[in-house]
Design a protein around this ligand. Structure first.
Ligand code: AMP
Length: 515
């Protein structure tokens, strides 16, 4: 099937040709004719399948006839994040270049005044995040009574982010007679219920997620010590010809740590995660797209669906926990037939995650060695405490070791400690292990004697506890309770005692006495 078979106008076909697409993706070939017929669609598809064009292309076609009135948008697209909303807007500009449609992007973190001005001019397509749309509605700046097409995109993400009540409220403000296009990567029961409530006799279209990365992406995985990951990454970057690269971390905190570390080592790097302000995120992305920044360290959420043309590299600083995220991440490179390179840094304990990825993509990610660094093996079984076996005994440069250790310690703060490494839980465990030995020593006594002994012990423990409370006025760490972190409202006695000032005259007199 080609785009010509889908019922799109010559202007749209020209715009598609300009972008360089040669044939529609499965979701496009199935959804476009249905949307053009005016039917509701329930699409089970995720980013990477070409779903954005599957609704933007027919919407442009539908909206081409007619004009918008001030503050009364004719169509509405709801997106869970500002980045996704901005990306859909870019798609409209790209595909709608031979049409004269007005578009407005209503996202948080940007000026209300500019957005209100746009609404006043009349918009054909309104792309919004739920919170900002409700804000503007409540200020009386927007009327929903003319919306004839509604798109709810990434519904499962809206659910994850707690936006469903906002979405329900928005839908209740729209005309009952409308066309609704509803997309979700997954269909849990809550999403099904919403779809049933919002859609009328929809055509259900399910497309498989892109389970295999593009064949144009060269992949590789290195197994290194957790403490040497930053160095491994720097060495890898040094051996690759990088134009621009996305570096994924599993946690926001690690995005910041890695970004700072790369900058300190002289790399052109920036960070992108959900805790940054919208203006900061937009500015960073723009700089990255303009090639003013080479390395963008990002979290999955912030980078989900990011569409950067001609990205040369993707690095997984952490192995993703969900195998599908691996395909999403490395799918940022090698787009539209271009060459791309994607490398993953794993630690010996990541074996089961890598296995799941291999199973999903149907092949093993090839192993790579990083020059001058120990190459390790995955641990067998689930025991996270076991260290990996070294497959080569090349000694890594040691000059940076102490620094790396302290960085590791900082990182460990962010990690949930493995049970056995947690001192607070290890201590009681030790005590219970020693207990049987003591019990054995007393087992020769008669039951009566033992009961007496037990009673005496309990009494002793009680007294000890009362003494400690009396002495300190509160429980202490010795009581095996929460550690005392500060004095709080308790004034210790040594601070109540008056202290004579040690004046210079007294100091001189003391010195004379001792001379
Ligand atoms: P999406 O799933 O909408 O986020 O799209 C994923 C990527 O596929 C984007 O980079 C689009 O530019 C690209 N894309 C969409 N449709 C096509 C197509 N028919 N042929 C090639 N690439 C496409």
């Amino acid at each position: 099937m080609t785009f010509d078979d889908l019922g799109l106008s010559p202007e749209l076909l020209r715009a598609i040709g300009d972008v360089g697409y040669t044939k529609p993706t499965p979701i496009q070939s199935q959804a476009i004719p249905i949307v053009l017929m005016g039917r509701d669609v329930l699409g089970c598809a995720q980013t990477g399948t070409g779903k954005t064009a599957s609704f933007t292309l027919p919407m442009i076609e539908i909206l081409a006839a007619g004009r918008a009135k001030a503050r009364m948008p004719r169509s509405l697209i709801l997106e869970p994040t500002r980045e996704l909303a901005a990306q859909v807007a870019e798609n409209f500009e790209l595909y709608g270049k031979y049409h004269k449609l007005n578009m407005a992007l209503l996202i948080g973190g940007e000026s209300f005044t500019d957005q209100e001005k746009r609404l006043d001019r009349g918009v054909d397509v309104l792309i919004a995040t739920p919170g900002r749309l409700i804000d503007l509605f409540e200020r009386g700046k927007i009327l929903m009574s003319d919306v004839r097409t509604l798109v709810i995109d990434e519904a499962d993400r809206m659910l994850d982010m707690g936006f469903i009540p906002d979405v329900e409220r928005i839908v209740s403000l729209l005309p009952k007679i409308r066309q609704t296009l509803f997309f979700s990567a997954t269909m849990p029961p809550e999403i099904r219920r919403l779809a049933d409530a919002f859609l009328m006799n929809p055509k259900e279209i399910t497309v498989a997620p892109p389970a295999s990365p593009a064949t144009t992406v060269t992949q590789g995985i290195a197994i290194v010590d957790e403490r040497e990951k930053r160095e491994a990454l720097r060495r890898l970057i040094g051996t690759e010809q990088i134009k621009n690269a996305l570096i994924f971390c599993n946690r926001k905190r690690d995005v910041d740590i890695l970004h700072k570390s790369l900058t300190r080592h002289g790399f052109s790097a920036a960070a992108l995660h959900g805790d940054l302000s919208q203006s900061m995120r937009t500015e960073t992305l723009e700089k990255f797209k303009r090639d003013e920044i080479t390395l963008l360290v990002a979290s999955d959420v912030a980078a989900r669906g990011l569409d950067i043309i001609a990205l040369s590299h993707v690095f997984n600083f952490d192995v993703p926990i969900h195998a599908e995220d691996y395909v999403h991440r490395i799918g940022r490179t090698g787009r539209a037939g271009r060459e791309g390179r994607a490398f993953t840094l794993a630690t010996p304990s990541d074996g089961k995650f890598v296995e799941a990825i291999n199973a999903l993509i149907g092949k093993e990610i090839p192993r790579i060695e990083i020059e001058g660094m120990d190459s390790l093996e995955f641990e067998e079984g689930d025991d996270r405490r076991r260290r990996g076996r070294r497959s080569s005994q090349k000694k890594a440069a040691t000059s940076e070791k102490p620094k790396r250790r302290s960085e590791k310690a900082a990182k460990d703060d962010a990690l949930p400690a493995a049970p056995a490494e947690d001192a607070a839980t290890a201590a009681p465990e030790k005590r219970t292990r020693r207990q049987p030995a003591r019990d054995k020593a007393t087992s020769d006594r008669s039951p009566k004697q033992e009961a007496k002994q037990q009673e005496a012990k309990q009494q002793e423990a009680k007294q000890r506890e009362t003494k400690q409370r009396d002495r300190r006025g509160r429980r202490t760490e010795d009581d095996n309770d929460t550690p005392v972190l500060a004095f709080g409202d308790h004034m210790p006695n040594f601070l109540r005692r008056s202290v004579r000032a040690y004046l210079p005259e007294r100091k001189a007199a003391d010195a004379r006495k001792t001379a």
